[in-house]
Design a protein. Sequence first.
Lengths: 108, 142
Amino acid sequence: MTVNQLITHLNPQVLSLPEGDKTVRGCYTGDLLSWVMGKTRACNVWVTIMSNINVPAVASLADVSCVIIGENARPEDDVIAMAEARGVNILLMPDSAYDICIKLSKIL
Amino acid sequence: MSDNKKLSYCFDVDGANFTSAGEASVKVKKRLREAGFDPETIRRVSIAMYEGEINMVIHAGGGKAEVVIEEDRIVIILTDEGPGIADIDQAMQEGFSTAPDNIRSLGFGAGMGLPNMKRYTDEMVIDSRLGKGTKITMTVYV
């Protein structure tokens, strides 16, 4: 599955989508950035409520397919701009991280 | 590439600017990708380097990062003039952290930085002196 296809299933708000054809494989959820870098695998979806400026950097370095931010915790515009510049896809949903993971488990 | 097939990049890590931390790692990642390294090697090198950068910003007021790319290995050398690491064995334990609360609120300081650097590299040597600084040398074999 690609991020573009994931979007058609989840219907999230798309905040940045510079690389929508990235492959999606599995999921990791967490807000502590070193845990994310230590535990994610390449192409994972990263589900979090963290939305600060370090999120695009971590997402890029960890090679996640996309970041899904829950609870409508919308990042600032500069975070979204950095995500665009670094090829990081960011989606926003009103659901909790738990509910997002349930939805992902049904489609991944 | 030069005659001995060695490429070297040096970066100043700005200790005052937390939001720009990681720029060196992102640049290195881009250059490794251009050089044709495999994605998992690039991922390991860039995460290890980013964790090191973040550590220098949190604990040492910045420092220097050098990346040397050779035919069979990538070496990352991080040097700072911070307070040094009092107990390296303790610092290597997952979850042990001396980071202040304002750093933790950014999602860092979880005590996973050094363990991640070790996890993603083949060799890691820590040379730390209290009150003088720390030099960490990490090697990833290609």
